[in-house]
Design a binder for this molecule. Structure first.
Ligand SMILES: NC(=O)C1=CN([C@@H]2O[C@H](COP(=O)(O)OP(=O)(O)OC[C@H]3O[C@@H](n4cnc5c(N)ncnc54)[C@H](OP(=O)(O)O)[C@@H]3O)[C@@H](O)[C@H]2O)C=CC1
Ligand SMILES: CC(=O)N[C@@H](CCC(=O)OP(=O)(O)O)C(=O)O
Length: 310
């Protein structure tokens, strides 16, 4: 029998992208809820309890409610794309490349928290340097980022795209999260293995999908006389042997004049760069991804495949 998959929130931005990725698959059976019934709690509860894997693409509160709906049913496994469970130690963190044993943890888990889009970039850059001992636990990390506007879900997409919207967004690029209390900070700290919360400044650009995450570092404040070369080496060694996260060659990075935020739009990959000049005091670590690809729906499908292998 084919495993049954239910995407709760399938008519939203992340849910639709997962559905598109599943369209050609005949190894799974997709359970579906009509769009007009998407908030019908009774029907959702039935579908959630009929699934082998339920993928939640809902706001945090609704995701918690969905988890409660299957609490007594051990045969349902969950992937939650919301922020609700990302630092909960009872949930496996769904970033398969973050540690060698992570794919196994995800495969065997009942509950998997899909990582946030910005944290995928930040943790992807920071964690290997913490594990290699180059980055001190208490380094004052800053994370500056730009996301495509689909990161804001249906509401922001309408503000950007709909003519005559009552609250349109005209800015080609804007900063937000100005209180510095963004919901992704705890996740970056915990899975980035940091003792201090990073200072995170997000922004949105007037393009639908794409993301740049930057983590600038002062080399003199790192361990082991860290250099452009040793940082690149640590990242390359960490990601060797898989094909989703690419650590861009130092020479290639040195010859680049610019990084295009939309280069990886519509892909499920991530590129990591180490920028700077040999012998100079700073490096800038950069992650490039699609906020809806490796940053959300692509990672969710990757996690589902790992869980179905178990
Ligand atoms: N967009 C992105 O780049 C990313 C999003 N995520 C996460 O994915 C989740 C969904 O976000 P996104 O797809 O962007 O949001 P959207 O607003 O685009 O979609 C959310 C969907 O959930 C439905 N919904 C809302 N509340 C309920 C409820 N109580 N019961 C049932 N259905 C409900 C909405 O219906 P309605 O139309 O009626 O509101 C909508 O269809 C969020 O938790 C977000 O953090 C994760 C990574 C990246
Ligand atoms: C542009 C934008 O608004 N982005 C969202 C982050 C994307 C999201 O909601 O999802 P995850 O938390 O699951 O990554 C935000 O800053 O709240």
């Amino acid at each position: 029998m084919k495993p049954k998959i239910f995407i709760d929130g399938e008519h939203g931005t992340t849910g639709l992208q997962i559905r598109t990725r599943m369209a050609g698959r005949d190894d799974v059976e997709l359970l579906s809820i009509p769009e007009a019934e998407r908030r019908n709690a009774r029907l959702r509860e039935d579908l959630l309890n009929s699934a082998d894997v339920a993928i939640l693409c809902l706001p945090d509160d609704a995701a918690k409610e969905a988890v409660a709906m299957v609490a007594g049913n051990n045969s349902v496994r969950i992937i939650d794309t919301s922020t609700a469970h990302r630092v909960n130690p009872d949930w496996a963190y769904g970033f398969a490349e973050m540690d060698r044993e992570q794919p196994k943890k995800i495969s065997g888990a009942r509950y998997v928290a899909n990582p946030g889009c910005y944290p995928t970039g930040a943790i992807g850059l920071l964690r290997p340097l913490r594990l290699a001992g180059l980055l001190p636990e208490d380094y004052p990390v800053t994370v500056n980022a730009v996301s495509g506007y689909t990161g804001g879900g249906k509401q922001m997409i309408a503000q950007m795209e709909e003519a005559g919207h009552p609250d349109p967004i005209d800015a080609p690029h804007f900063l937000y999260g100005l209180t510095l209390k963004h919901k992704h900070v705890p996740e970056m700290q915990v899975h980035g293995l940091l003792s201090r919360a990073p200072l995170f400044s997000p922004s949105v650009g007037k393009f639908p999908q794409g993301m740049i995450v930057q983590v600038p570092l002062y080399l003199a404040d790192l361990n082991d006389h860290a250099s452009l070369g040793s940082i690149h080496e640590a990242l390359a060694a960490h990601y060797a042997g898989q094909d989703i996260v690419e650590v861009v060659d130092l020479k290639e990075s040195a010859n680049l004049a610019r990084v295009n935020a939309v280069e990886l739009a519509d892909t499920d990959r991530m590129k990591l760069y180490v920028f700077g000049t040999a012998g100079a005091p700073h490096v800038n670590l950069v992650a490039l991804l699609d906020n809806l690809g490796k940053g959300a729906s692509g990672a969710a499908v990757q996690n589902m495949d790992l869980m179905l292998k178990a």
